[in-house]
Design a protein around this ligand. Structure first.
Ligand code: PLP
Length: 416
C-alpha cells in the first residue's frame, strides 16, 4: 500500500497520514512501539480533538444561556456540535441529545419511556448485547413491572437468531432494544430489518450503536429506528454519550427533569450542566473524521468517504487476523467470519492460557489488547468463557498491517 500524507480530493487519507494526528502513537513500551488494539474500549484521540477541547476550556469556558461573550460562545459551540452530530446521524440538530455516556442516557430514556407503559408491557433485548443495553431495560422489571424477553444468539455463528426475534413480539411489546454491532464479536445486525419488525408489531426500536458507530456510518433514516445512542470516545472523541431520537418522540417523552430546566427538545433530556468541553471535542471528532476525506461536497459526504475507506481497511485487517490466529495451536476465534457482516473487532481464547496471561504477554511486546467480558457478559457466558473471558483485538483507523502481523506473531509465540 502506498501511503501519502495528503489525500487527493475525493480520497480518504492513508494510514500513515492518519497516524500523524495521534501523539499517543509515539509511545513505546519495553522498547516496542505501542500498538493500540483496545479501540472497542475507547480509541486514541487526534491532536485536533484535544486542541478543540483545550481551546474551549482556555478561551470560551462558561455556563450556558447568559448575555456575555463566553456564555454566548458556549451556546454557539454546543449548537455547532449538535449540527456535527446531525450530519453524523443523518438527522436534525434538534434531535441530538448530549449526556455523560451511553449508559446514563439509556437509563434516562428508559425511565422516561416507562412512565407511559403499564405493568406487563414488554421490551425485547438480545443476548448479543452489551449490558448497557439489556440491563437498562431489565431495570424496569423491578421498577415498573415491565416484562423483558431476551432473543438468543447462535454461539456457533456469533449472530442473532432472527426467527427468535420475530417470535418475541406480542401485542404487549413496547420496545425492541437492539445493538447495531456486538462489541465482543464484531457481529453487525441488520437494524433496518429489526426496526421493520418492531414497527410492524406497533413497537418502538432503540439502537445501541456504540460499537457500530466507530466502524460504519450511522444513518438513522436508513435504519428506520426511533432512538439511537453512541459514545464519541469510541471514535476518536472525548468521553461523552450522544442520543438521537425522533423529534416528535423527544417532544412527547415524559422525561424526568427539573422544573426550571428548558422544556423543549433536545435540552429537556439533558440534565444539569453538561461537559461543554467534551461536547466541543465530540464535535471536533466528527470534523476530524470528515477532514480525512477532503474535497467532498458536504460533511456527510466526507464522512461517507472516510467510513467507506475505513470499512475496506478494517475488513482486510480482520480477515488477516481471522486467518492468522486460526492457524495458532490452541486458539479458538469467535464471531462471524469476515465474509459475514462484521466490524474489525475480533475475540479469541487460548486453550492453555487465561485471557489475562495472553493480554499481559502481548502488553510486554507493546501490543495493548483487552481481555475479560467487556460487559458483553451474556455473549461470553454463552461461548463458555464466563470464568476466564476472551481476548479482544480491535482494529481502528490508525491500525497498520504491520501491527496486525505483530499481534499474530505474539500469540503464536505463546502457543509454542
Ligand atoms: C456496544 C456497547 N454498548 C454500550 C456501551 C456503553 O457505553 P458507555 O460507556 O458510553 O456507557 C459500550 C461500551 O463499551 C459498548 O461497547
Amino acid at each position: 500500500m502506498t501511503d501519502t500524507l495528503s489525500p487527493a480530493p475525493g480520497q480518504c487519507a492513508a494510514v500513515d497520514a492518519i497516524r500523524a494526528h495521534f501523539p499517543a502513537l509515539t509511545r513505546t513500551h519495553h522498547g516496542h512501539p505501542v500498538a493500540y488494539f483496545d479501540g472497542p474500549g475507547g480509541t486514541q484521540v487526534p491532536r485536533q480533538v484535544a486542541e478543540a477541547t483545550a481551546d474551549y476550556l482556555l478561551h470560551h469556558n462558561a455556563n450556558t444561556h447568559w448575555a456575555y461573550p463566553t456564555s454566548q460562545e458556549t451556546d454557539a459551540a454546543i449548537e455547532r456540535a449538535r449540527e456535527a452530530y446531525a450530519d453524523f446521524f443523518n438527522a436534525s440538530p434538534r434531535e441530538v441529545v448530549f449526556g455523560q455516556n451511553m449508559t446514563t442516557l439509556t437509563l434516562h430514556l428508559g425511565r422516561a419511556l416507562a412512565r407511559g407503559w403499564a405493568a406487563g408491557d414488554e421490551v425485547i433485548v438480545t443476548e448479543l448485547d452489551h449490558h448497557a443495553n439489556s440491563d437498562t431495560w431489565r431495570a424496569l422489571t423491578r421498577d415498573r413491572g415491565i416484562v423483558v424477553r431476551t432473543v438468543p444468539m447462535d454461539p456457533a455463528s456469533g449472530e442473532l437468531q432472527w426467527d427468535g426475534l420475530a417470535a418475541a413480539f406480542s401485542p404487549r411489546t413496547k420496545l425492541l432494544a437492539i445493538g447495531a454491532a456486538s462489541n465482543a464479536l464484531g457481529t453487525i445486525n441488520d437494524v433496518a430489518a429489526a426496526s421493520r419488525l418492531a414497527h410492524d408489531a406497533g413497537a418502538l426500536c432503540f439502537v445501541d450503536a456504540v460499537h457500530f458507530a466507530a466502524h460504519e456510518l450511522v444513518d438513522v433514516q436508513a435504519m428506520g429506528c426511533d432512538f439511537l445512542a453512541c459514545s464519541p470516545y469510541k471514535f476518536y472523541g472525548p468521553h461523552l454519550g450522544v442520543l438521537w431520537g425522533r423529534r416528535a418522540l423527544l417532544d412527547a417523552l415524559d422525561a424526568p427533569k427539573l422544573e426550571p430546566a428548558p422544556d423543549q427538545a433536545p435540552d429537556r433530556l439533558e440534565t444539569g450542566t453538561l461537559s461543554h468541553e467534551a461536547i466541543v471535542g465530540a464535535g471536533a471528532a466528527v470534523d476530524w473524521l470528515a477532514s480525512l476525506s477532503p474535497g467532498a461536497t458536504s460533511r456527510r459526504a466526507a464522512l461517507a468517504g472516510t467510513f467507506g475507506a475505513l470499512h475496506a481497511r478494517g475488513l482486510a485487517q480482520v480477515s488477516r487476523l481471522w486467518d492468522g490466529l486460526r492457524t495458532v495451536r490452541g486458539v479458538t476465534v469467535y464471531g462471524p467470519p469476515p465474509t459475514r457482516p462484521r466490524t474489525s473487532t475480533l475475540s479469541f481464547a487460548m486453550a492453555a492460557h487465561a485471557s489475562e496471561v495472553v493480554a499481559r504477554h502481548c502488553a510486554d511486546r507493546g501490543l495493548f489488547v483487552s481481555n475479560g467480558d467487556f460487559y458483553a457478559t451474556t455473549v461470553v457466558r454463552r461461548l463458555g468463557h464466563a470464568h476466564d473471558g476472551l481476548v479482544r483485538l480491535g482494529c481502528a483507523a490508525y491500525t497498520t498491517g504491520d501491527e496486525v502481523e505483530r499481534v499474530i506473531a505474539a500469540v503464536g509465540e505463546l502457543a509454542r
